[in-house]
Design a protein around this ligand. Structure first.
Ligand code: ADP
Ligand code: ADP
Ligand code: MG
Length: 682
């Protein structure tokens, strides 16, 4: 076995790899960017080295820096994790040159599978079924359009160098082809520096089913069954499971065999995944699946395979990298029960899944039977704008699919995140969604059900907001009491300490608060039973146990006449001047309105275009003085691997452009101002 390993990655995967490496007695070496100095993977490692600024391009993606640290630390091996340098053949070569073991396949295998066109051609030769389409060299738009016609619509245009769903466009009709092609090429050029595309038949009712393969340096290759990753959004996986629902034994056989053939065809060593697309329109059938691509690394969703096989795939990787034989042969592998994984992301499903950054004021995972949590952050850490927004993976195993999904649902319900917004409620809804529960789903399931899954703008949670206001009042009363000020003269003025009211009218006042960045008026009424808070026409919230300060520190309260005990379905997290109320997995943030904290940008007629999150300006499309129409592109901002296009809120004239391409912007920073056409006319 190896004696030491450097993990060229961050976050949950760095932590996950280190856990196994430590268990096997290896010395672990971490690398980190300046933004990750206090990160969990850094603290966990036996040694850690800073490799540069936050931007991955200047740290985690710089091969020379990582090799230099490996040499300095005398690392015997490097594990690349996933993402970053994991699928860069040059990195595997650089390791070899430096005499360091690369925990992964040979550079030649990475290269052979690196470009989708070459990989498809190779697979076709090896007798593996590939998606019908054109993956040749001719990139002439007219020619490609003819090919699309021959293949038959709908087709999928894919970047040859693609990954992460970028540069991928579905085209349903010939009239849309030219535009889709141009846009796919533009995206591919921008993301991969390579505009080439291929055209594929778009498989209807597509199920994404992939096979985990493993090879050793002695020529053995096995597969560890399939994973179903059909629950996707924008071609990105959201929930993965194993085995695939409705998988006939004959099809598992056929897919396993094809995947092993694929791995053998490129002399594969280590962990890899062969991704297939299956036509699920008439149930899964052994002759209706096709090769899509091979990922030459450990996959994000590998824990579901570990759960059903009882194997530790990182241990397998380290053993194989040490030159050992595969721990088990095909006949010794079997499936036990069912496993599901959900990716917990810092993003806001109610706002188009916009990434959300900031400090994790609370992060709790309930512990439950059959549940595994893989994470790289803890309470107090920052979700930074520089990297992938994944907070954790929640994996549940059960005897049956229903049991696994129930356990996953329970684990999600017990998950508390305060600070950044997350998709936890969305994931919970998915575990309960009818079609998915019944195993009747394909990759379009999420898109077809966004509304039912709650991924649309929702009205303010008035009850949660009122509870938040109660907490703010409580906090202020405590503070006032500590400073010796007679709270009866405080702006809150609880009726009377002895509960005696001078007049029959309860004391009532309007209180401006900011709920989820919108200013709102709460109405606070003081009576013998303490303060009651209400928003609009909602039911008032009052503390259940009034004390001298209005109510006790334990937060039982009365809502619409019912006593609600804390903690029940709500959780309160106070952080400085803010309160986060998490109710049924949804966060409501409440803070006192500060009249001095005026948002000047709001005063310019609403024509200001602001950065929706921290990120990098990739492109600016307008300049001052230019006329724009409502919906015209103003700029593109990239954050956490996603691009967001900012558009003109109205017709008008650009009066100011505040950013340059390449620049980093903060959330809420002005990007441009547009004077609306009506304003000009007036
Ligand atoms: P998968 O099928 O495993 O999701 P992808 O090719 O989409 O494969 O990406 C692999 C994973 O690597 C992503 O899901 C993401 O979590 C991770 N990843 C990619 N790029 C980065 C990055 N810059 N930082 C952190 N993680 C990354
Ligand atoms: P990436 O490198 O971005 O992961 P893939 O080729 O693996 O690209 O495709 C990503 C996703 O796009 C798949 O998981 C699947 O949902 C969808 N997809 C890919 N090819 C097809 C196809 N031919 N028909 C239907 N859906 C497809
Ligand atoms: Mg893929």
């Amino acid at each position: 076995m190896l004696s030491s390993v450097l993990i060229a990655n961050r976050g949950e995967i760095a932590v996950r790899v280190m856990k196994t490496a430590k268990r096997l007695g290896l010395r672990t070496i971490a690398v980190y960017s300046e933004a990750d100095a206090g990160a969990m993977h850094v603290r966990m490692a036996d040694e850690a080295y800073c490799i540069g600024p936050a931007a991955a391009r200047e740290s985690y993606l710089v091969i020379e820096k990582i090799i230099a640290v490996a040499k300095q630390a005398k690392a015997e091996a490097i594990h690349p994790g996933y993402g970053f340098l994991s699928e860069r053949a040059e990195f595997a070569e650089a390791c070899a040159e430096a005499g360091i073991v690369f925990v992964g396949p040979p550079a030649s295998a990475i290269r052979a599978m690196g470009l989708k066109d070459g990989a498809k051609a190779l697979m076709q030769k090896a007798g593996v079924p590939v998606v019908p389409g054109y993956h040749g060299a001719n990139q002439e738009p007219k020619f490609l359009k003819e090919k699309a016609y021959e293949i038959g619509y709908p087709v999928l245009i894919k970047a040859v160098a693609g990954g992460g769903g970028k540069g991928m466009k579905r085209v349903d009709k010939a009239v849309d082809f030219d535009e889709a092609l141009a846009s796919a090429q533009r995206e591919a050029q921008g993301a991969f520096g390579d505009p080439r595309v291929l055209i594929e038949k778009y498989v209807l009712s597509p199920r994404h089913i992939e096979i985990q393969v493993f090879g050793d340096s002695h020529g053995n290759v096995v597969h560890l069954f399939e994973r179903d990753c059909s629950l996707q959004r924008r071609h990105q996986k959201v929930i993965e499971e194993a085995p695939a629902p409705g998988m006939p034994a004959a099809m598992r056989e056929a897919m396993g065999r094809a995947a092993v053939e694929a791995a053998k065809a490129v002399g594969y060593v280590g962990a890899g995944t062969v991704e297939f697309i299956a036509d699920g329109s008439q149930g899964l059938q052994p002759d209706r699946f096709w090769f899509m691509e091979m990922n030459t690394r450990l996959q994000v969703e590998h824990p579901v395979t570990e759960s059903i096989t009882g194997q530790d795939l990182v241990e397998w990787q380290l053993r194989v990298a040490s030159g050992e034989r595969l721990p088990l042969l095909q006949e010794n592998l079997s499936i036990e029960g069912h496993a599901v994984e959900a990716r917990l992301y810092a993003e806001d499903p109610e706002k188009g899944f916009l990434p959300s950054t900031g400090k994790l004021h609370a992060l709790e995972f309930g512990s439950a039977e059959g549940v595994r949590i893989d994470t790289g952050v803890e309470e107090g850490a920052e979700v930074s704008p520089y990297y992938d927004p994944m907070i954790a993976k929640i994996i549940a195993h059960g005897a049956t699919r229903d049991e696994a999904l129930d356990r996953l649902g329970a684990a999600l319900a017990a998950t508390v995140v305060a600070g950044p917004r997350t998709n936890v409620r969305f994931l919970k809804a998915l575990t309960e969604a009818q079609g998915f529960r019944e195993g009747d789903f394909d990759t379009g399931f999420i898109d077809r059900n966004v509304e039912a899954l709650g991924a649309v703008p929702q009205p303010m949670d008035a009850r949660a907001a009122a509870v938040g206001v109660l907490r703010l009042i409580q906090g202020d009363l405590k503070r006032l009491n500590q400073t010796g000020i007679d709270f009866r003269e405080s702006p809150w003025e609880p009726a009377h300490a002895d509960g005696f009211l001078l007049s029959n009218d309860p004391w009532k006042r309007k209180l401006a608060v900011v709920v989820d960045s919108e200013t709102q008026n709460a109405v606070v009424t003081w009576s013998q039973s303490g303060p009651a808070v209400v928003f609009g026409t909602g039911a008032p919230v009052t503390p259940a146990a009034p004390t001298l300060y209005g109510f006790g520190p334990l937060f039982d309260f009365i809502y619409a006449g019912d006593k609600v005990s804390y903690p029940c379905d709500s959780k309160l997290v106070s952080a400085g001047d803010r309160v986060f109320v998490i109710r049924n997995g949804r966060q409501t943030e409440v803070r006192a309105f500060d009249p001095l904290d005026v948002d000047l940008d709001h005063l310019d007629g609403g024509g200001s275009v602001k950065a929706p999150m921290h990120g990098k300006v990739v492109q600016v499309f307008v300049e001052a003085g230019q006329q724009v129409a409502k919906g015209d592109r103003i700029a593109v901002i990239e954050a956490m691997k996603m691009e967001h296009t900012l558009v003109a809120p109205s017709d008008g004239t650009v009066t100011m452009v505040a950013v340059l391409a390449g620049e980093q912007v903060a959330e809420g920073a002005p990007v441009a101002s547009i004077e609306a056409a009506e304003a000009q006319a007036a």
